[in-house]
Design a protein around this ligand. Structure first.
Ligand code: NDP
Length: 352
């Protein structure tokens, strides 16, 4: 579920199309869809956001359900919005069920769902590096975005021994050569809902720059985690010149097609979002499982399953790429592996 002023039918169609093959790659029995609105929660009061969510759900509840389609967070849709949407769904249907994911821990949410997409991205990158006799320890990482995916990508990258030196939002970006302070980032973005200028004001080692510029910073690993088409051909050239080894998409389709081709032609290990950011929807499915059995699993249990799922996804896309004569081409691997499972299911269930 995306809430952002740029949302239009074209964006929802590409996101929905990607979601089908991403969900297929998770190994879990989930289909795929996408929804949203051009409503902008930014700058609105909690009361205004609640009014929008309630009106939206008054119509949407007819089309969703625990065994139909299940909205989860995306740009502009976090725990606050999911709460208002879920409350209205219950009010209208008189049912408590796993119809939305990313719910609060007090009312059916799963531990590790908040962290899932960012952590999952790093579990996959780590598996990829291991497969190439390398790891994240001591690597410099550039991240774009400062929302849910970016924040937990930064956190896990640092836990795995890397140094993350950038984050960004739609107005500017931070260069912090001492390494991003995740606690301060969470305080500024999640608690106070402020801009990145507030991060820079409170951190001596950080520089704030207006506009875009993250991809010009020298790094071993680049993780676009903001939005579509944010990494262009010029950015790709800059990354290659600076010796980047891995680009993995935390966002959905952040890398333009010509940039993707350029990175791959220049020996960069590139992992598309449908594989690299599948950890979010995977844990959404685990949240639904917990809702169905009326149990809550521990953080370690969910996180352990997430790690295993991401490693399996990496094995699957790497093996499929090799099988089809395209070793280390994870675009080929992810597209074919994701597609084949869907195609076989469609064939077995009869075409209409
Ligand atoms: P959030 O709303 O939490 O954060 C989005 C971040 O990207 C913000 O820092 C925002 O800055 C920035 N951003 C948004 N639009 C633009 C833009 N046009 N130009 C520059 N920066 C921009 O969203 P998420 O972190 O949840 O989502 C980020 C990406 O990850 C999306 O592509 C989403 O589809 C994808 N994704 C998310 C998953 C999830 O579980 N949340 C799962 C899988 C993929 P600002 O605050 O200024 O708007």
């Amino acid at each position: 579920m995306r809430l952002h002023p740029t949302v239009n039918l074209g964006i929802l169609k590409f996101l929905g199309f990607e979601q089908i093959f991403k969900n297929s790659l998770t190994t879990l029995p989930i289909g795929g869809a996408k929804g949203g609105s051009d409503f902008d929660p930014k700058g609105k009061s909690d009361r205004e956001v609640m009014a929008f969510c309630q009106s939206f759900m008054t119509e949407l509840h007819k089309y969703i359900g625990a065994d139909i389609d299940v909205p989860a967070g995306d740009i502009g849709t976090g725990a606050r919005e999911i709460g208002y949407l879920f409350g209205q769904y219950k009010r209208l249907t008189n049912r408590f069920e796993g119809v939305l994911t990313g719910k609060g821990l007090e009312w059916g949410g799963s531990l590790a769902r908040t962290e899932a997409t960012g952590y999952g991205l790093l579990y996959l990158v780590n598996a990829l590096l291991k497969d190439h006799a390398d790891d994240l320890a001591g690597k410099t990482v550039v991240v774009s975005g400062a929302g849910n995916v970016a924040t937990y990508a930064v956190e896990k990258a640092q836990q795995l021994g890397a140094k993350v030196v950038t984050v960004s939002d739609s107005t500017g970006w931070i260069y912090d050569p001492a390494g991003i302070d995740v606690a301060l980032l969470k305080e500024v973005k999640e608690v106070r809902r402020e801009r990145l200028t507030a991060y820079a004001a409170e951190r001596d080692s950080a520089e704030y720059h207006e506009g875009r510029g993250v991809w010009a910073v020298k790094a071993d690993v680049a993780l676009p985690c903001a939005t579509q088409n944010e990494l262009t051909l010029d950015d790709a050239k800059q990354l290659v010149t600076n010796g980047v080894k891995v680009v993995a998409e935390g966002a959905n389709m952040p890398t333009t097609l010509d940039a993707t081709k350029y990175l791959q032609e220049n020996g960069v290990l590139f992992v598309p979002g449908k594989a690299a950011n599948a950890g979010g929807v995977a844990v959404s499915a685990l949240e639904m499982s917990q809702n169905s059995e009326r149990l809550s699993w521990t953080f370690e249990e969910v996180d352990g399953q997430l790690k295993q799922i991401m490693e399996t996804i990496y094995d699957n896309i790497a093996t499929t790429a090799k099988e089809f004569g395209a070793e280390d081409d994870f675009v080929v691997g992810a597209n074919i592996a994701g597609f084949l499972k869907v195609a076989k299911a469609v064939e077995a269930q009869g075409v209409c």
